[in-house]
Design a protein around this ligand. Structure first.
Ligand SMILES: [Fe+2]
Ligand SMILES: [Fe+2]
Length: 307
């Protein structure tokens, strides 16, 4: 059955929410323990920036969308990811982890991903972005956020992530509907898209940024105490959702992303060694080599503005 993009667009419009809907001063902030605080701060800082990376990805997708309703859906998703980042920043503020006006600092892998997205994401084809983004979303939605809710007792945190999760479930539904649509193209078209993508320097560079980023994320969240089972379950969910559609299975990038996620989670050698080595190299890059943090990230704010 064909996916109804116009119905989805209407649902998205009906389900918009704002930071102002949440009572940021409600009791519960004191439930964060001093033991949790430093690790939670690092985790939330990464999360804020991952949402931003997602936002930038959707902005690029909106420009590639083959029809207007999908372009509008991606534009909403762009705004929603920014809202997630802002809400997470507001939680950090509530928990006393950032000072007024302070922004958490992205780690170097994320800085690289941001630089790369700013330079190249508009060159990437919809099949590439369309395969990678749902993989990150299943990881976020299935592993990171559930983990956070298990660890943190603050009811406001629960309320925030209830909103975020509802948005994310729609991102996933659309993500897989688009993969299904792309996989319904002729094999000739799929092959042309794949070959031209593989040959592009932006994609090769992107893979060099993406592989160590994923490895570092997995290491960081394992250090926080997240069990590997949850990550494995998230990767399996990506595979299962993709396998429901015979069309999606015709997209080579879907298989590449699935394969790579499996390698990263299993710490398969020599891939683990290579991406850790790349991570070490990235850590040596002096800060001045990175571009300036792009202006779109200045839209971040924990102020409960209605948007
Ligand atoms: Fe998000
Ligand atoms: Fe999302």
């Amino acid at each position: 059955m064909a996916f109804e993009y116009s119905d989805m667009l209407q649902t998205i419009k009906n389900r918009q929410w704002a930071l102002a809907d949440i009572d940021w001063d409600a009791p519960g902030a004191e439930l964060i323990t001093d033991e949790q605080r430093p690790k939670l701060k690092a985790f939330m800082s990464d999360l804020v920036w991952i949402e931003n990376v997602g936002a930038r990805g959707f902005a690029a997708m909106a420009r590639k969308a083959p029809f207007d309703e999908l372009a509008q859906i991606y534009t909403y998703f762009h705004a929603e990811e920014q809202r997630h980042a802002n809400a997470e920043l507001a939680l950090m503020r509530r928990w006393g982890m950032v000072e007024p006006g302070e922004m958490p600092v992205p780690n170097k892998n994320i800085r690289l991903a941001i630089d790369w997205l700013d330079r190249y994401s508009d060159d990437l084809s919809l099949p590439v972005l369309g395969s990678v983004i749902p993989a990150l979303e299943t990881a976020l939605d299935g592993a990171l956020v559930k983990f956070l809710l298990d660890e943190v007792d603050d009811p406001v945190c629960e309320e925030v992530f209830r909103h975020i999760n509802n948005d994310e479930s729609r991102h996933l539904v659309v993500g897989f509907a688009v993969l299904d649509m792309l996989g319904a193209n002729s094999m000739r078209r799929i092959l042309i898209d794949t070959v031209s993508g593989v040959a592009s320097p932006s994609l090769i560079l992107g893979a060099l940024v993406y592989a160590p980023l994923l490895t570092r994320m997995i290491t960081n969240i394992a250090a926080m105490g997240l069990s590997e089972d949850k990550l494995i379950a998230a990767a399996q969910r990506y595979e299962k959702l993709g396998q429901r559609s015979p069309n999606t299975q015709r997209i080579p990038y879907f298989h590449v992303v699935k394969w790579h996620a499996g390698l990263a989670i299993d710490h398969t050698q020599p891939f683990q060694f290579l991406s850790e080595a790349m991570g070490v190299v990235i850590d040596q890059v002096p800060n001045r080599m990175f571009g300036r943090i792009p202006s779109w990230s200045k839209e971040l704010t924990y102020e409960p503005v209605a948007k």
